[in-house]
Design a protein around this ligand. Structure first.
Ligand SMILES: Nc1nc2c(c(=O)[nH]1)N[C@H]1C(S)=C(S)[C@@H](COP(=O)(O)OP(=O)(O)OC[C@H]3O[C@@H](n4cnc5c(=O)[nH]c(N)nc54)[C@H](O)[C@@H]3O)O[C@H]1N2
Ligand SMILES: Nc1nc2c(c(=O)[nH]1)N[C@H]1C(S)=C(S)[C@@H](COP(=O)(O)OP(=O)(O)OC[C@H]3O[C@@H](n4cnc5c(=O)[nH]c(N)nc54)[C@H](O)[C@@H]3O)O[C@H]1N2
Ligand code: SF4
Ligand SMILES: [Mo]
Length: 737
């Protein structure tokens, strides 16, 4: 028996785990009490790490398609096949013939942070699709426009704020998102204990809402109207106080004019909130010594997602809370480039190209994942003929999985880097499975950028790579070489090139710690036994704290880098060097929101919202018995009034019809959803043949995203509307057992 530390990769909270190992098998996981950030916290998912790690359905080696069927293959065969098949397609049809799909777990692995940018660079395709356009792309766009940097995302200063206004987030079940905070629930309770206040805006009375001082159960999709009315009230009641931000903001008067029509009375009907309650919310926000406004999924994956995300930060600015302790601050991660001096930047451009079929504008170099199917199945020049998926299951996670399922089946070539044969990867011609997490090192490149405290932690692999396994970093490196026509080159060449490229740039930058040094000498001094370790070491050395891999190794429970600190104006990369409070693309989208003021909600139309369960994670943890036992979770939650009106019976089936299809789900009657709203979770629908998910396929559930046809998008960010879309509900067919 031995123990090893491992940062949990199962949600954004990044808790430190202490694993118990019997040989190389993980037998238990508990919270690491000495972890500088998570201090022993863990949730039921973290506790199930051993089962997640040892799931017998995980693929143990590569699969290749031969005569229509997948068979086990050697790594050599698998990469030979990729190289032999993809190069002719690119040569004949050009780089855009290959689509790249990056899914959520890429933000939970070292490989997913370090290699996809190189894969995108190698393929030079404009057909890049990621889970961001099912999630947080509106935040990237609003940050890009406001601050000139799509990754400059302020996070609420949870541990110090006096007042938190939270929209469309349910951290008691999700453990938080774009706000990395181990024990988010405990931090909210501490906020209440120190006399702070919590307001939750959510059409459902979630576990988080139950913890709040006030819960506003607004109509789904109306957050942007609600937020605009808060901004309106701040101006109307002379509550705008920029404080230290004054010198760094432009466009305040333009915002005042832009929100003039959005009075609390004007939005009240659309939001189904009392105008008085909206005013009180604005006054409390302004009166709090410090406050933070924070919006997530439920205010992001909606029709006015970018406008809503923009308004969140407009409120943080107008109340003087942006960039101040207790407000909403910008984290500074240990692998971020060392801060440059303040001054004008390049700004953020949107729509530099558009998608072929529907002309959707790119955002942050990406096209809407909801448009992937049409880019494959619509004939014509520029059609996608090959797809590479990495850690993605869009057949379940994106709108209209049926159409995407058929489109993927029609491809000339599909390659998937994924541990499972699931609804998406079953179409692959080559599946390249990474090892289980115990056999991978971990560092949170992504989430340290959104953490409520600056810190850095590195956990080397807890167990050695099993026989026949390949580290996910090496899989990526070999894949990059195979698609580049460099098949056969040692994979270390990819890391060396990345180091050389980064150093060539850094030595020329005056604010870089290696300015003026000899790049070869810096590279030679890097420590680390693998390519990715050397790259991590380099990023730490080029970073703001001058850390090294050796320093992290010497502090296995992590290095605390202190509370978040103000970062303005250095962080701003807008062309003016100031916060652009009313960016032109936002101003151009506001008429759409004004039109929403007059839309009378149709009586009797139900709006569907999602929900998450603490023991689940998107589409891929339903195969773990320890996390799936108990009663059916894929239920349609309906308010008692709606159930009575629609003749729906608890435990019986309801038929749900949307623009993209229909399905039947078990009815759960509960007043935790507001009237007019039904809720169904996503990530279910494991009933397709040809997968290898023994447990999940036994209790498949239904795919909520089949109710969508992929046409409802937030126009500025290309993000799918996954919350608040209209559905019809009628009693279903046969009753349940
Ligand atoms: N209706 C509705 N739809 C939603 C949402 C919603 O709230 N409502 N949420 C959306 C959101 S926020 C997101 S992020 C997306 C998520 O959707 P996706 O990005 O498709 O992610 P998952 O469903 O989590 O699927 C993850 C895939 O990664 C694989 N995987 C797991 N671990 C690893 C690993 O270490 N390496 C590799 N290479 N692969 C791994 C799994 O086997 C699985 O195939 O879903 C979105 N879809
Ligand atoms: N247990 C678990 N944890 C997870 C995940 C998981 O699947 N399971 N997924 C991870 C991922 S990828 C992400 S992105 C995060 C997401 O984490 P969160 O951002 O916390 O998202 P959700 O838990 O989906 O909560 C969204 C809330 O928005 C509400 N909502 C729906 N429509 C509206 C609306 O129009 N307005 C408002 N104000 N609210 C609305 C819903 O009722 C729901 O309670 O969770 C991560 N953590
Ligand atoms: S809260 Fe998230 S990171 Fe922490 S143990 Fe649970 S799943 Fe893992
Ligand atoms: Mo997500």
């Amino acid at each position: 028996m031995s123990t090893a530390l491992r940062i949990c990769p199962l949600c954004e909270a990044t808790c430190g785990l202490t694993l118990t190992l019997d040989g190389s098998r993980v037998t238990a996981a508990r919270g690491d009490k000495d972890d500088v950030f998570s201090q022993g916290f863990l949730c039921p998912k973290g506790a199930a790490f051993p089962e997640v790690d040892a799931d017998p359905d995980r693929l143990t080696g590569p699969l290749v398609r031969e005569n229509g069927a997948l068979r086990e293959a050697t790594w050599e065969e698998a990469f030979d096949l990729v190289a032999a098949r993809i190069r002719p397609l690119i040569e004949e049809y050009g780089p855009n013939a290959v689509g790249i799909v990056l899914g959520n777990p890429n933000v939970h692995t070292i490989a997913g942070a370090l290699y996809p940018p190189l894969l995108i660079g190698a393929l030079r395709t404009r057909n890049l699709f990621t889970a961001s356009t099912l999630d947080q792309m509106p935040k990237h766009v609003s940050s890009g426009l406001l601050f000139g940097d799509a990754f400059a995302i302020p996070v609420p200063d949870l541990d110090r704020t006096d007042h938190l206004l939270m929209l469309g987030a349910n951290p008691l079940d999700s453990n938080g998102s774009l706000c990395t905070a181990p024990d988010f629930p405990g931090r909210l309770k501490a906020l209440r204990r120190r006399g702070g206040t919590l307001t939750v805006v959510d059409p459902r009375r979630t576990r988080t809402a139950r913890l709040a001082d006030r819960h506003l159960a607004l109509r789904p999709g109306s957050d942007a109207l609600f937020l605009a009315a808060l901004v309106n009230t701040l101006f109307a009641e002379d509550l705008v106080r920029l404080g230290a931000l004054e010198a760094h903001v432009e466009g305040v008067e333009e915002v005042r004019a832009a929100v003039r029509e959005f009075t609390p009375e004007a939005v009240a009907a659309a939001c189904d909130l009392d105008a008085g309650a909206i005013r009180t919310t604005a006054r409390e926000l302004a009166a709090a010594p410090t406050a933070a406004v924070y919006g997530r999924m439920g205010s992001s994956t909606v029709a006015y997602g970018t406008l809503g995300n923009w308004l969140v930060d407009v409120l943080n600015v107008l109340t003087g809370n942006l960039d101040r302790p207790g407000g909403a601050l910008f984290p500074l991660s240990a692998t971020a480039p060392a801060p440059r001096p303040a001054g004008p930047g390049k700004g953020f451009a949107l729509g530099r190209w558009s998608s072929r079929v529907s002309g959707h504008p790119e955002a942050k170099g990406e096209l809407p994942l909801a448009a992937l199917a049409e880019e494959i199945d619509t004939p014509g020049e520029g059609r996608i003929r090959a797809v590479v998926t990495v850690a993605a299951n869009p057949v379940l996670s994106a709108p209209d999985g049926r159409r995407l399922d058929a489109a993927l089946a029609s491809l000339d070539l599909m390659v998937s880097v994924d541990p499972y044969l699931n609804e998406t990867t079953r179409h692959a011609d080559v599946v390249l499975p990474p090892p289980p997490p115990s056999q991978s090192a971990h560092f949170d490149f992504a989430f340290n950028q959104f953490a409520v405290r600056n810190q850095a932690r590195y956990t080397p692999a807890a167990a050695p790579l099993a026989e026949g396994r390949m580290d996910e970093c090496e899989i990526h490196a070999r894949l990059i070489l195979a698609v580049s026509g460099l098949h056969g080159t040692p994979p270390s060449a990819v890391d060396e090139l990345a180091v050389d490229t980064a150093l060539a740039k850094a030595v020329t930058q005056e604010h870089s710690p290696v300015h003026g040094q000899d790049p070869k000498a810096v590279a030679a001094a890097l420590s680390g036994t693998t390519g990715p370790e050397r790259r991590l070491d380099l990023m730490l050395r080029l970073g703001p704290y001058g850390l090294t891999l050796d320093a992290l190794r010497a502090a296995p429970h992590g290095i605390d880098l202190g509370p978040l600190e103000p970062r303005l104006p250095g962080l701003l990369k807008t062309r003016s060097g100031r916060i652009a409070l009313l960016p032109a693309p936002i101003a151009a989208d506001l008429p759409r929101l004004r039109a929403a003021l007059d839309e009378v909600p149709e009586a009797g139309v139900l709006r569907l919202v999602g929900r998450r369960h603490l023991r689940s994670n998107n589409s891929w943890l339903h195969n773990i018995p320890a996390l799936t036992g108990g009663s059916n979770r894929c239920t349609l939650q309906v308010h008692p009034e709606d159930a009575a009106r629609l003749d729906l019976v608890a435990g019986a089936l309801a038929r749900v019809k949307g623009e993209g299809g229909e399905l039947e789900a078990e009815v759960e009657i509960t007043d935790t959803v507001r009237p007019g709203v039904v809720s169904l979770p996503h990530g279910w629908g494991h009933d397709r043949p040809g997968t290898r998910l023994g447990v999940a396929s036994g209790r498949p559930g239904v795919n909520v995203n089949q109710l969508l046809d992929g046409s409802r998008l937030d126009p500025l960010s290309g993000t799918a509307v996954l919350n608040g879309f209209p559905v019809q509900v009628t009693p279903g067919g046969s009753p349940l057992r």
